[in-house]
Design a binder for this molecule. Structure first.
Ligand SMILES: *Cc1c(COP(=O)(O)O)cnc(C)c1O
Length: 383
């Protein structure tokens, strides 16, 4: 963050930059001086309470990553060989990893091309006798059509797993399903390097989740004085982060309001200042229904596949790092091994090959946002 304020022409604007929060160094000193550096100390308790308030989920467990939280979700739902989990093809591999490792099959379905989110009509069609769960992801923190997914889930008695890595702080996200995952990887709005959380919205799963997270032991109950010895109770792993991670996370969560203001200011400038260019160029700007999103990312959908590559190259030549996003899982090598589809997922393939994300982070300077906008406006579609 100690960059000179006068940007020279060669300064590259990165796609993302991890946020520096106000109390993180003091918090780290506190942990290192306290003699309690392993997990589940005061900062874990504080960060957990903040997450509970932010999401409305009453049972939150910090984890080492969102991927691990999703693994825990599969295990808590006893998903295994012969089961199928319906999920979007256009998502990060973690949701599929969590299913594939249990021996179950991923059933990939298509998206709504307006948002990139899973299409409920495709979910309804894909649900069958082997379906064990529906897994959803709110792309960019734009809510999935949760009401429609919930009605399918209720009709078939299925649990919903939510990958909410993008949607922290958006009303209703994290509590739409029985289990939800948050990510605190350093590319996310709030981070601790690597980290995550599992939100448990069914209280009957809390005790088993605590045991699973503590190597299969009831050590959490022991530390609360609820049992006088702890032992091996169930299958588990080491899913809890150290207090060092929790100390940084707690500080970042304390700054959440400020982070979101800063990110939203950048998002709003892109949305406003690129509107005319987009309309003239046949480009679709990210346009969330009801204006609801988490300011996690800003995407544009180029008119053709060729324009995706050419636009990213053009921006790079202007010192701006832009990025495409997910390669649809159904077409990936592991997706072909561990998943199936009902048909070719044309909307996911097309979305993936036309989408470009612009740089967005908390603390991006006005001049930097201005340089990105100028570079975008300088691009002529189809040339
Ligand atoms: C970042 C991300 C993940 C993985 O998070 P980790 O904490 O790195 O495991 C999973 N899903 C989505 C949608 C993500 O953006």
């Amino acid at each position: 963050m100690a960059r000179k304020s006068v940007a020279s022409a060669v300064d590259v604007i990165p796609f993302s930059r991890p946020y520096r929060s106000s109390a993180e160094l003091t918090n780290l000193e506190t942990v290192l001086g306290s003699g309690h550096v392993h997990g589940d100390g005061d900062f874990t308790r504080s960060a957990t309470a903040r997450l509970s308030r932010l999401t409305g989920s009453e049972n939150v467990l910090l984890t080492t990553s969102a991927t691990h939280a999703l693994e825990m979700a599969s295990s808590l739902l006893d998903i295994g060989p012969g089961d199928e989990v319906v999920m979007p093809s256009f998502t990060f591999p973690s949701a599929a990893d969590a299913v594939a490792r249990t021996g179950a099959t991923c059933v990939f379905v298509d998206i709504d091309p307006a948002t990139g989110n899973i299409d409920p009509a495709d979910v309804a069609e894909a649900v069958g006798p082997l379906t064990a769960a529906i897994s959803i992801m709110h792309y960019g923190g734009v809510p999935v059509d949760v009401a429609s997914i919930q009605s399918i889930a209720v009709e078939h008695g299925l649990p919903i797993i939510e990958d909410n890595a993008h949607g922290l702080g958006v009303q209703g996200l994290g509590t739409a399903g029985v289990l939800a995952a948050q990510s605190f990887h350093d590319t996310k709005n709030v981070h601790c390097g690597e980290g995550g959380a599992l939100l448990i919205n069914d209280p009957s799963m809390v005790a088993r989740a605590e045991i699973m997270r503590e190597k299969g032991t009831n050590r959490s109950q022991f530390l609360r004085g609820q049992v006088d010895k702890y032992s091996w109770m169930d299958w588990g792993s080491s899913y809890l982060p150290s207090e060092l991670n929790a100390a940084v996370l707690d500080s970042q969560l304390a700054d959440f309001g400020e982070i979101q203001l800063l990110r939203t200011a950048v998002w709003n400038r892109y949305s406003t200042e690129l509107a005319e260019w987009a309309a003239e160029s046949g480009v679709q700007l990210m346009d969330p229904p009801g204006g609801i999103h988490a300011s996690h990312l800003f995407f544009v959908i180029m008119p053709t596949w060729g324009d995706q590559t050419a636009f990213i190259a053009h921006l790079r030549s202007q010192g701006v790092q832009a990025a495409f996003h997910y390669v649809p899982l159904d077409t990936s090598p592991a997706g072909q091994r561990y998943g199936r589809t009902l048909r070719e997922l044309e909307r996911s393939a097309d979305f993936s090959r036309r989408l470009v994300r612009l740089p967005l982070w908390a603390g991006m300077g006005d001049d930097e946002v201005g340089r990105v906008i100028a570079a975008v406006l300088d691009y002529r579609v189809g040339l």
